[in-house]
Design a protein around this ligand. Structure first.
Ligand code: FES
Length: 163
């Protein structure tokens, strides 16, 4: 695992140092660290020459702001209006039922954390969710169970994450 300052520098080299590159950089940090510390946000702000409040605001909007370490796979369900009108609740219930955790919790084996987030920009294919960096759209309870089964099988076999 890279030191956080090296990781942020590499991500900034890879994505660029403009304001609109903030999101992939936040995602890159969360992917390695499983959460976003205050130190990471300050380092990102410094690397991109942005106010720390802007980094904090973006992280909060996308619910990347976690003070505790997240599970290996972080599920973020979109809770914004289109997804909510198109069955987000049923998706959430299906996940909670399958993983036996509620929003904000992590499974005891540390494999999954469940969170909600704001609009992911896939409203035309709602309901949508993110697992790590992967977007899943047009979800149904059946589809979400299949997706999670895939992750469960991969993590059970000790294989790489589905990203
Ligand atoms: S409202 Fe859910 S992706 Fe836009």
């Amino acid at each position: 695992m890279k030191p956080i300052t090296d990781l942020i520098k590499d991500l900034a080299d890879q994505h660029g140092r403009d304001r609109h590159n903030l999101l992939p950089i936040l995602q890159g940090v969360v992917e390695q660290e499983k959460y976003l510390s205050e130190y990471s946000m300050i380092e990102i702000a410094r690397e991109l020459d942005l106010p720390a409040t802007e980094v904090y605001g973006t992280a909060t909007f996308y619910s990347f702001l976690e003070y505790t370490k997240m599970g290996k796979n972080v599920i973020r369900i979109c809770k914004t209006i289109t997804c909510s009108m198109k069955g987000e609740k049923q998706i959430l219930l299906a996940i909670e039922d399958m993983l036996k955790i509620k929003v904000g919790e992590t499974t005891p084996d540390g494999k999954f954390s469940l969170l909600q987030t704001n609009c992911l920009g896939f409203c035309h294919k709602a309901p949508a969710m993110l697992i790590n960096n992967e977007v899943y759209t047009e979800l149904t309870p059946e589809k979400v169970r299949e997706i999670l089964t895939e992750y469960l099988n991969q993590t059970t076999e000790g294989g790489p994450n589905v990203n």
